[in-house]
Every structure is written in C-alpha cells, then in structure tokens.
Design a protein around this ligand. Structure first.
Ligand code: DC
Length: 225
C-alpha cells in the first residue's frame, strides 16, 4: 500500500516541529524532523575539530559518521554513531553548524536516502527545508509554514529560555536571520516554497490554530487524492 506523506517546509522558528509533531499525532502518522540529521552532522564536526563552514572538512567527516533516526515511545531520537544525541543537537552552536553543513552537497546527498526510506515505509509528516522540493517532490500534501521574523525569533527565544539556554532576544534574532539567509541562498536545495505547496503564515495564529489549519489543509487535500 502506498503511504501518505505530508511535507512541511519553512524557515527557522515558523513552528514547524511542534505543529508537525501534533499534526502527526492527530493523523496517526509518524513525525520526522529532518533538521535533526543535519544537526547530528554539525555536532560531529564540532566535537571532532572540523570546521562546519569549510565544505571539504564537513564532507571529509561523512565516512566516519553514521546517523540514524528511531522512534522511542513515539518520540524521534537521533543517534550519532550509536550514541543518542537528541538533546546535544539543540544548542545554538549546533544550530549554526547544522546550517553550515547543510549547504554542502555531499552532506545533503548522504542524508537523502534516510529521509526517503522513512517516507516509503510509513505514513509520515516530515518537516525541513527541502522536503516538498527535493526529498519528497511527490508528497501528497505540501505546506510552506512561515511567520514574521520577529515573531519567529520570539518563539525561538521563549523555547530556549524554557530549556534553560542563556541567550538574548537580539542574539536569537540575529542567528535566525543569518540561518535563514544561509538556508535560502545556498546553491543546493535552498529553502523555498514548492510550486504546489500551500502557504500558511502563522504570525497571527497560536499553536492550536496552526495545528488546526495544517490538519484542515491535509484533510482537504486528501479528499481530492
Ligand atoms: O529545522 P532545524 O532548525 O532543526 O534545521 C537545522 C538546519 O538544518 C537548518 O538551518 C537547515 C538545515 N536543514 C536543511 O538544510 N534541510 C532540511 N530538510 C532540514 C534542515
């Protein structure tokens, strides 16, 4: 039986992961956060003295890296060479390293198969930057989720504070603008809305309203499939 895939792309802090996770739960699909894969590669570089901004250094690490995703109690966990790094990949340093390594074509190629395999075997809500354009160009439903930069930065800032990460709003906004710029201007699979994606701006929506809107789009789209 063919599996159903919902692709959710968008910039940093648009609320993709929280909304996608909840949407998956409501639909009974699995949730796959593809940013975690790039974060694991970025973490490996930082831990092993490779500069994530130097393509040859990032690419040079690949044959020493095994990244795996698995579901533990319904939650996605990411393993780097067998170690569960799900928590370690969430720091601001790893965010920047992930954005840097994600511009390297060899890194993108190495992570493509893992993502496609998950969608082949499961009904999935998958979020990232290039899911609707490159990873799953035939996804059944594509959504491009966005919001104004200041609103996205505020959400990300609150999230980091909740996790006990020390930072300022200005720092978060600057990091977010820099990552958005990198992610949308790289040559390989840049962040952009797929032609057939539905644009959803969550600037004026709270979490529940965002999830409701996504579920409505999925239902409407599935009705015509
Ligand atoms: O979604 P995130 O913040 O966890 O993603 C971390 C970085 O990984 C992001 O800055 C860009 C990159 N990324 C990507 O290039 N393609 C994806 N499908 C997902 C993430």
């Amino acid at each position: 039986m063919k599996h159903i895939s919902v692709a959710i792309d968008g910039p940093v802090g648009a609320g993709k992961s929280t909304a996608a996770r909840k949407t998956a739960e409501m639909l009974g699909f699995i949730y796959c956060d593809t940013g975690a894969l790039y974060r694991a590669v970025g973490l490996y570089c930082l831990r092993n003295g490779a500069d994530p901004r130097v393509p040859s250094e990032a690419a040079g690490c690949l044959d020493r890296i095994k990244v795996e995703i698995s579901l533990v109690d319904g939650e996605q966990r990411v393993f780097l060479n067998g170690e569960d790094v799900s928590r370690d990949i969430r720091s601001p340093e790893v965010s920047m390293a992930a954005s840097a390594v994600s511009a390297v074509p060899e890194v993108r190629k190495a992570l493509l198969g893992i993502q496609r395999e998950i969608a082949e075997k499961n009904n999935v809500v998958m979020d990232g930057r290039d899911i609707g354009t490159v990873v799953l160009p035939s996804a059944d439903v594509k959504i491009f989720l966005t919001a104004k930069p200041e609103i996205r930065a505020k959400r990300r800032y609150d999230e980091l504070l909740n996790k006990g990460v020390k930072t300022t709003f200005e720092e978060v906004l600057n990091d977010l603008n820099e990552r958005d710029y990198n992610d949308s201007h790289r040559a390989e699979a840049p962040l952009k809305q797929a032609d057939d994606a539905v644009l959803l701006d969550t600037s004026e929506l709270d979490f529940e309203q965002s999830v409701e809107s996504i579920c409505r789009i999925v239902r409407e789209r599935r009705d015509v499939l």
